[in-house]
Design a protein around this ligand. Structure first.
Ligand code: FNR
Length: 193
């Protein structure tokens, strides 16, 4: 059973990307994955500063790394700010990927995300659904040697997409998300075989 981590790069109370993360998690569960939904606002993660890290990695950053380490496959839901991913997303990935020598979670790994299988989703009230954030997230994650799945989905007009229970109302949108989830689970199983 694939252990799948799902998180969104927004801590906003009514985040569309959190809703999308939740919808993708529900789909993954129906496909047999063991899913962890990570809420970034539950962690106290400061702005990255190498001096701060040198004086001791904050406890919640270690927690973040432990959670990421424990999951070989992730679905990342990326909001789009000014044509790119959010500062929160970058800060989270910078802290999590920082290769501190002898780190309690990553050890001496220079590329701690290497081999993770990633599915990328985005949601935005705009027509393009945050697609441009994914075009920037892709090379960042590939540079960290993640296996980023070729199927990706950007949910446009996301403010109108969910019903009161958080389900995607339009079949084509559900299928778009499901295709990404299926590919992540398939690739994760193939790579771990
Ligand atoms: C945005 N938003 C936005 N949307 C988009 O499709 N393309 C963009 O370039 C931007 N730029 C942008 C910049 C800034 C500073 C903000 C605050 C917002 C709108 C954004 O997609 C919207 O607020 C989403 O709802 C954010 O995602 P969450 O928080 O709902 O997950």
């Amino acid at each position: 059973m694939t252990k799948l981590l799902v998180f969104a790069g927004s801590t906003r109370q009514h985040s569309l990307n959190r809703r999308l993360a939740h919808a993708s998690a529900a789909i993954a569960q129906t496909l047999g994955a063991e899913v962890t939904e990570l809420e970034l606002s539950s962690l106290d993660i400061p702005l990255y500063n190498a001096d701060l890290e040198a004086s001791g990695t904050p406890a919640d950053v270690i927690r973040l790394k432990e959670i990421m380490h424990a999951h070989p496959a992730w679905i990342v839901c990326s909001p789009e700010y000014n044509g790119s991913y959010t500062g929160l997303m970058k800060n989270t990935l910078d802290w999590a990927s920082s290769p501190v020598k002898g780190h309690p979670v990553w050890g001496n790994s220079q590329l701690p995300f290497a081999g993770k299988v990633l599915g990328l989703l985005s949601a935005s009230p705009g027509a393009l659904g945050g697609l441009r954030s994914l075009s920037h997230l892709n090379p960042l994650l590939q540079g960290l040697e993640c296996w980023v799945c070729p199927k990706q989905y950007a949910l446009g007009r996301a403010g109108e997409a969910f019903d009161a229970s958080g389900n995607l109302q339009v079949e084509a949108q559900r299928k778009g998300v499901q295709a990404v989830v299926e590919q992540v689970l398939w690739a994760s199983q193939r790579l771990s075989a």
